[in-house]
Write a protein that binds this ligand. Structure first.
Ligand code: F6P
Length: 355
């Protein structure tokens, strides 16, 4: 008989509730363990708040809403002064009489929780989630697939309006340090340019692509997908500071302005769409539901084997587990310059920065 805690930490994403559901189902049905939901991650630990989760409590007239519900029923925090309260948070694990804790988080949250677990001798199991897909050593993190599909849906819509008005449509997507989201969605959504943090772009390169489309193919519109942390090769002020706060606008608007300035004579009609937190919301895709369910089940299995300090991960078509310590030292994982999707995009005629 065990009493385990579960929390969700960092930015929310679709599929978190599927993972919670899988953990509760497997823990209760196979082992009859108690599962405590800890609200707002380390904030809940600090305040020693926990709610007993049970299958009936998660049901709504026999219908289980958690499979299709975005966000997290446990709530989450994205920032906080967690380490300032480390000793109190560490003590809460014992005060709540937990045998183990499952943390669903991205690279930042997992690094902090790993540190707390090491200091407090917690039995920690991690489940990776992030729409950025930049947790190392796993091919999939919960939330990424749904976010890619959300962006692709937006690109489908924006392409029609861009084409109808002969416009350049600049679409800003999330991804402050990693461009996996922009790269995947840009290729799948038919972008003409994909600008990501890892590969510096030049505005000359972007504008050359736009004029090539017109001159070679008679295309009068273009779709430019920009990760919010895209880096330019030729604007030293941004390249040096790499500080978006120093821009008076977001990256999408900045690039739209640069495109207009570069093409003053052509009077290009440029518009900007910032997809923002729409990318984090929504109904989880089938793939995210499957990933979350498999990860939740695997996390409970690790606790049953008392194999702690591990993160469940997707590698080569199956769920494996790896030491959290190895994950946090390698995260956030950038897009490698020799990434096969970067090469694929370039072969499709997409401009992916100068390289
Ligand atoms: O880590 C996921 C992420 O979606 C990033 O891509 C983005 O920069 C960030 O969260 C925004 O988070 P928030 O606005 O919730 O602080």
């Amino acid at each position: 008989q065990k009493r385990i805690g579960i929390l969700t930490s960092g930015g929310d994403c679709p599929g978190l509730n599927c993972a919670i559901r899988a953990v509760v189902s497997h823990a209760k049905l196979q082992h009859d363990w108690e599962v405590l939901g800890i609200p707002y991650a380390t904030q809940g630990l600090l305040e020693r708040k926990a709610t007993l989760l049970n299958l009936h409590g998660l049901d709504l007239r026999g219908i289980d809403p958690l499979l299709s519900m975005g966000g997290t029923i446990l709530g989450s925090i994205n920032k906080g002064d967690t380490l300032a309260h480390a000793s109190e948070i560490i003590a809460s694990y014992r005060a709540l009489a937990l045998d183990a804790l499952i943390a669903i988080g991205g690279d930042g949250s997992l690094a902090i929780l790993h540190q707390l677990a090491c200091q407090g001798n917690w039995n920690l199991i991690a489940i990776p989630k992030t729409i950025d897909n930049d947790v190392a050593l796993t091919e999939r993190a919960i939330g990424f697939d749904t976010a890619v599909n959300t962006i692709v849906d937006a690109l489908n819509r924006l392409t029609f309006t861009a084409a109808s008005h002969d416009r350049v449509m600049v679409v800003e997507v999330m991804g402050r340090t990693a461009g996996h989201l922009a790269l995947h969605a840009g290729i799948a959504g038919g972008a003409d340019c994909i600008l990501i943090p890892e590969i510096p772009y030049s505005i000359g390169g972007v504008c050359h692509q736009i004029s090539q489309l017109r001159d070679r193919w008679g295309r009068k519109f273009a779709i430019v997908v920009v990760a919010e942390g895209a880096k330019t090769a030729n604007d030293s002020s941004i390249a040096e500071t790499q500080n978006l706060a120093s821009l008076e606008c977001g990256m999408g608007q900045y690039i739209a302005n640069q495109i207009k300035l570069y093409n003053l004579a052509d009077r290009l009609d440029v518009r900007v769409s910032i997809l923002g937190h729409i990318q984090r919301g929504g109904i989880p895709s089938a793939l995210d539901r499957l990933t979350a369910t498999a990860f939740g089940k695997a996390a409970v299995d690790l606790i049953a084997r008392e194999q702690y300090g591990q993160m469940v991960a997707w590698q080569n078509g199956r769920v494996v587990d790896i030491p959290i310590a190895n994950v946090v030292t390698r995260s956030p994982l950038p897009v490698a310059p020799d990434n096969y999707l970067v090469q694929t995009a370039r072969c499709m005629g997409i401009y992916v920065g100068d390289g």
